[in-house]
Design a protein around this ligand. Structure first.
Ligand code: SD4
Length: 290
């Protein structure tokens, strides 16, 4: 017995992701196709300035993208530091399905994407360029996650056949150093799927999740019997106890094979969107007391 279909996605823009994913899930579609479609919907919309086309650039003014996709069998594909391709999640899926590798990065990722027929285009919008130029005037400029309520999109789905899948896609932290790669394309850090147990993802300052392998940790906790909510809370607690979090934000989201959902964050502001046969909502996440 399964309680799918169901899809949950990070932040307010998760609603747009869910809508695209739901179009497939509600027709009996596969969770992997659904999470890819969900991420693509956010990647292509320039009003979401932390993912795909229109994403805010690094310190040198370059838009570089990270993405990861995983299926219920634990297969995964990722790209990091990918330039000039609007849909990194689809390139990541190609890496998973058509290469013996898990991740391609930088120039090689672009070369592979072009060979696969992806179009090359300028991803820096006027708005993003203006924001970047302004940021250069501020010498103390540092990346801050969670100031605008839209960050990495993480899409977690359970389909009607009980298959779990996950996808995440991001332009990373605005103003990051050139060459910086975050948690999102790293299996176990930004996203992890165990088809028998659950799927989890992270958003916010990626370094926090990379040091703790937060997504793998959450899925392992669920394997050991924790509910998704307990797993999320323990993962955030672990980060707060072991790392100097400063004023950083990290939000986590988890879905188990029974269709139960959990979320938690270091501080206020993290939201996630849920779509089921009976609801289509954006929820504020619970968070640690500050
Ligand atoms: C990163 N976790 O690159 C991603 C980006 C994000 O706040 O979620 N932005 O660190």
């Amino acid at each position: 017995m399964t309680s799918g279909p169901l899809v949950v996605s990070t932040w307010n823009h998760g609603r747009a992701a869910n809508e695209a994913a739901w179009a497939l899930l509600s027709e009996g579609g596969d969770s992997l196709d659904a999470v890819e479609a969900g991420a693509r919907a956010v990647e292509t919309d320039p009003s979401f300035t932390s993912v795909g086309f229109g994403g805010l650039p690094d310190r040198e003014g370059e838009v570089t993208l990270d993405a990861l996709i995983m299926n219920h069998e634990g297969d995964c594909g990722a790209v990091s530091c990918l330039r000039e391709v609007r849909h990194p999640i689809s390139v990541a899926r190609k890496v998973m399905e058509d290469t013996p590798h898990v991740m391609l990065t930088g120039k090689g990722a672009l070369q592979f994407a072009l060979e696969q027929g992806f179009e090359r285009e300028d991803l820096l919008t006027e708005y993003a360029e203006e924001r970047w130029r302004k940021s250069l005037e501020n010498e103390d400029f540092k990346p801050i996650a969670n100031v605008e309520d839209h960050d990495t999109v993480g899409v977690l789905a359970l389909d009607a056949s009980g298959r779990l899948a996950g996808a995440c896609s991001t332009s990373g932290l605005a103003g990051k150093m050139s060459g910086r790669v975050g948690d999102s394309p790293i299996a176990g850090a930004g996203l992890f799927v165990d088809g028998e147990v659950g799927v989890a993802c992270a958003t916010g300052v990626g370094e926090l999740a990379m040091r703790a392998l937060s997504s793998f940790f959450m899925v392992q906790l669920m394997r050991d019997g924790a509910s998704p909510q307990e797993a999320c809370e323990q993962a955030i607690r672990r980060v707060v106890e072991k790392q100097d979090i400063g004023d950083s934000q990290l939000g986590v989201l988890a879905l188990d094979i029974q269709g139960r959902v959990g979320s938690y964050a270091i501080r206020e502001g993290f939201t996630f969107a849920t779509r089921t046969p009976v609801s289509d909502v954006v929820n504020p996440s619970s968070h640690q007391a500050q």
